[in-house]
Write a protein that binds this ligand. Structure first.
Ligand SMILES: Cc1ncc(COP(=O)(O)O)c(C=O)c1O
Length: 463
């Protein structure tokens, strides 16, 4: 099939089941009506990537209210790794819905909460004894990790990193690097948050000695930031094993291990925020496994509940138990329907096919876009893709030229792909990165078609 970014309208009967279909231009007439209604009733504070209203999901595809079948390269921001309508998730969640929807785990208990904690204790990196606390959102998990680290160490300060994203609550806004849109006009932000440098793999020198010096320099920068307030004042350092919203930044080899060493030496709790990169997305259960590093605390959310709100803080038993009874919780923390969804996700992870799916996606994306790299030893000679990076089903294409980042190309290509029925997000501090987060269950032919469309969109944006 020849890829096109035209909003070509096709007859539904001519298109095989599960393939992309544009029944109308996007957004279609019904979506446009609903969008007008949305503008009348919903705060303008919520942005939207594509103003299309979804009716249902089928496998890895989203079907909108006008009958358009959209290839999903977003997974609701790395959430629906098993697809947004996975039958096993639906089955377990539906059965739970008919038993009971809620008791509040702090009032009366249910065993699915305990089973989710047991699975995370067993499968998160680190061979030590662990305990887990469940919550609802990713930001809530981050906030609670800081509460736990402060309670266990009785220290105030938190170290975060350049390009970090940890959420939109007051503390997590302060921990997030990018101001606009996340914390613009929302201050004053909580204090006690310090920011250190990272060592992005795509910026490291190619030779081994140069790469090692690059990592050492970043780690020396981390030590310098700790020294500002005194390392003994830091409760936690929080790092994403692959930075998500910041541009799918993979750390240079040795950087995470270096942070591990610094944290241990100063008695600082190392919190690894696996909220976006965890639960199989990178081709390993947890992304920190690629670096052979275990956090004292590992955070999970997003794909954990397959779209039902569920997050987790899993850590060393002595840290997790340092908090006084009643100090942690929340009305909806570890909701039973969400716990059943997580147990379905664990079942689906068992045979390794989801991890294989993630690795196939990385292979296909690299094979497709690495030949288009414009980078050479002297830097990007002409406008185009200057970096193809990421791991598994968490891949990014960065755009630039000799003058620097080119968000205009990323935005134009993403918009063309979106209009052609391939849902694609941008990210990065400069907005010059297209990120690909397909469900891990994306069929190879659907993936290939989505990449055809995206490639045509990029070529169009560059011409
Ligand atoms: C690494 C990371 N941490 C934390 C969060 C916040 O999660 P939530 O939006 O569920 O609060 C996100 C969300 O994108 C994330 O990617």
């Amino acid at each position: 099939m020849t890829a096109t970014t035209d909003a070509t309208v096709a007859s539904p009967s001519a298109v095989p089941q599960r393939a992309r279909l544009l029944a109308t231009p996007l957004p279609g007439p019904r979506s446009r009506e609903l969008e007008a209604e949305r503008r009348r009733h919903v705060t303008e504070g919520f942005g939207v990537t594509v103003p299309v209203f979804i009716d249902r999901a089928e496998g890895s595809l989203l079907v909108d209210v006008d009958g358009n079948r959209i290839i999903d390269f977003a997974s609701g921001i790395a959430v629906t790794s098993v697809g947004a309508a996975n039958p096993r998730v639906a089955e377990r969640a539906a059965a739970q819905l008919s038993r009971f929807t809620h008791t509040c785990f702090m009032v009366t208990e249910y065993s699915s909460f305990v089973q989710v904690c047991a699975w995370l204790n067993e499968h998160t990196p680190g061979g030590f004894e662990k305990r887990t606390a469940l919550f609802s959102t990713g930001a809530e998990a981050v906030e609670n990790a800081i509460k736990i680290a402060r309670s266990a160490t009785r220290r105030p300060n938190v170290l975060v990193f350049d390009e970090a994203y940890h959420g939109r609550t007051q503390l997590t806004m302060a921990m997030t690097a990018k101001e606009n849109p996340y914390s613009l006009n929302f201050g004053p932000l909580p204090g006690s948050v310090f920011r250190g440098p990272t060592a992005p793999a795509h910026l490291a020198p190619a030779d081994a000695a140069g790469a090692a010096a690059f990592v050492d320099e970043a780690l020396a920068g981390v030590e310098a930031v700790l020294a500002e307030a005194g390392p003994e004042t830091f409760a936690a350092m929080v790092i994403e094993p692959i930075q998500g919203e910041g541009g799918f930044v993979v750390h240079a080899p040795g950087f995470l291990a270096g942070l591990r060493e610094i944290a241990t030496r100063h008695g600082i709790v190392l919190v690894i925020d696996e909220i976006q990169a965890g639960m199989g997305r990178t081709g390993a259960l947890f992304a920190s496994e690629h670096d052979g590093v275990a956090g004292d605390i590992t955070l999970s959310a997003k794909a954990l509940g397959a779209g039902l709100p569920l997050s987790a803080v899993t850590g060393r038993a002595e840290l997790m138990n340092a908090v006084h009874a009643g100090g942690l919780g929340g009305t909806y923390a570890g909701n039973p329907v969400a716990c059943e969804a997580a147990l379905a996700v664990f079942e689906l992870l068992e045979d390794g096919s989801l991890l294989a799916g993630a690795r196939h996606i990385e292979h296909a994306v690299r094979e497709r876009f690495e030949p288009l790299l414009t980078h050479d030893a002297a830097g990007p000679a002409r406008a185009g893709i200057v970096s193809v990076r990421g791991r598994g089903a968490m891949m990014a294409l960065e755009f630039g030229d000799a003058s620097g980042p080119r968000p205009d190309i990323a935005k134009a290509a993403a918009a063309a792909a979106n209009a052609a029925g391939v849902l694609t997000l941008t990210c990065g501090t400069h907005g010059n990165v297209i990120r690909l987060l397909p469900p891990l269950v994306t069929e190879p032919e659907v993936l290939a078609e989505g990449l055809d469309v995206l490639e045509a969109a990029i070529r169009g944006a560059l011409s």
